[in-house]
Ligand binder design. Structure first.
Ligand code: T4K
Length: 402
């Protein structure tokens, strides 16, 4: 059997993986290539490459319409978008964020001299736990940043209630959540502002890119100026700004991806359902479920490997997958609180973050997206099933290598 012979050749036992055969997490979704190239040609013909050009304007209008939000401000990446929104909301002192997120969420605060206060997450959704948020508020707290991790919405209402009662700003890192909804309303409309990432690895990509969305006219105007050095017209700078502009080629990629979004979702949903079918009933393995009554982008296949019930640990399973050229990833490991500069500032932070600590030890992200289909998922699932049913042999061979 093909899977068996591949497994017997595990690279951890000495075989060399063929680079071009690797199955990655995060392979970009690429829309209609010809449409993209036509747009690029038009951009080159017009010789308008950046600085709020026609493609960026069209991209912003299209995204705002799709999300049903008043303003979309396209930016060069989501990290800068977070920095802009945080500054425009005048957050200072301490801001409460989850530690179980990509480190950019925390860095966007620290970069501006604001202390990210790490808060634990809910084990059900992997998003920030409102009860823990409330307990983390101090006299220095000015805001909360929720992260809709994996495109699964935060408990938005509970967070809004806390922000309202305690006089705090609330915004969301929606880097993973383009095309997702919460109670029928598109993500992009919650809090004072929301930030999307259009990085190559995201559901919708602009190569590199991001956007801030808001229904607040004043806030939008201020962020627009900030992303363009603080210019409020020719020769007139009215505030401290930066260069956060999206370029035209990126916007062209975004417009092209938007045309194919329904296909991306359908493909991702098929992949998700196949993984559910193939991996169901394996001891100690849980796939994070999406609420199919909401709009989802299904961009992430997130597996929890239960340390107590599984026959292999998450890291052992990952080693087997990597040996078989399946580059599953430990997102988000370790938690931000264990990364610098945060670990040195608060070496004991983990004591208050038991769910984060557990998730960072047990979560594994598997390849999906439009570059992965039925045969790849079948192969990945077979490798996982084989590994779990031959765990003793795998452990023994791994032990011998050490
Ligand atoms: N907030 C959250 C919650 C985020 O997840 C992120 C980004 C941000 C904020 C900040 O957004 P941006 O400022 O980036 O717009 C990757 C991405 O670089 C990062 O955007 C993403 N989150 C994070 C979760 O993943 P790395 O360091 O893990 O990337 P890397 O180079 O290891 O690539 C990841 C996988 O994607 C690999 O398997 C290879 C594959 N890949 C990657 C690229 C760039 C491709 O197949 N093709 C490609 O072109 O951070």
């Amino acid at each position: 059997m093909k899977t068996k012979s591949r497994i017997e050749d595990l690279a951890i036992f000495g075989a060399k993986p063929a680079f071009e055969e690797r199955l990655h997490v995060g392979r970009p979704n690429i829309g209609h290539r010809e449409h993209f190239l036509e747009r690029v040609n038009a951009i080159l013909d017009q010789r308008w490459l950046t600085n709020n050009g026609p493609c960026v304007q069209q991209f912003e209008r299209t995204v705002a319409k799709f999300l049903g939000v008043r303003h979309c401000i396209a930016v060069c990446n989501a990290t800068v978008a977070l920095e802009l929104a945080i500054r425009a909301l005048r957050m200072t002192g301490e801001v409460i964020v989850p530690s179980f997120t990509f480190v950019a969420t925390a860095h966007a605060l620290q970069w501006q001299g604001i202390t990210p206060v790490f808060c634990d997450v809910l084990s059900s959704t992997h998003s920030i736990d409102p009860e823990r948020v409330e307990a983390s508020i101090t006299s220095r707290t000015t805001g909360i940043i929720g992260v809709h991790l994996w495109g699964k919405p935060c408990t938005v209402e509970a967070l809004a209630d806390i922000a309202h009662r305690r006089g705090l700003e609330l915004m969301f890192d929606a880097a993973h959540a383009f095309g997702c909804s919460h109670q029928g309303r598109m993500i992009g409309n919650f809090g004072r502002a929301e930030v999307f990432s259009f990085h190559a690895t995201k559901f919708l990509n602009t190569l590199e890119g991001g956007a801030i969305t808001t229904n607040d006219d004043e806030l939008a105007a201020s962020m627009r100026m900030m992303k363009n050095f603080g210019f409020a017209g020719y020769d007139k700078v009215v505030c401290l700004g930066t260069n956060g502009k999206m370029n035209e080629i990126s916007a062209a990629m975004g417009l092209t991806g938007l045309e194919s979004m329904d296909d991306f979702i359908e493909h991702n949903r098929r992949n998700y359902r196949q993984y559910l079918e193939e991996l169901e009933n394996l001891p100690g393995l849980h796939i994070l479920l999406y609420d199919e009554n909401e709009k989802c982008n299904y961009q992430y296949i997130v597996v929890e490997v239960d340390e107590a019930a599984s026959l292999l640990s998450r890291d052992e399973l990952m080693a087997v997958l990597w040996a078989e050229n399946v580059l599953a990833r430990r997102y988000f490991y370790p938690g931000c609180h264990q990364m610098e500069p945060y670990a040195s500032c608060s070496p004991d932070a983990g004591a208050n973050l038991p769910v984060t600590e557990k998730l960072s030890r047990c979560v594994l992200e598997l390849p999906t997206g439009t570059s992965v289909g039925f045969p790849e998922i079948r192969l990945i699932s077979h490798i996982i099933c084989f590994a779990l049913t031959h765990s003793a042999m795998i452990k023994e061979r791994m032990g011998k290598r050490i």
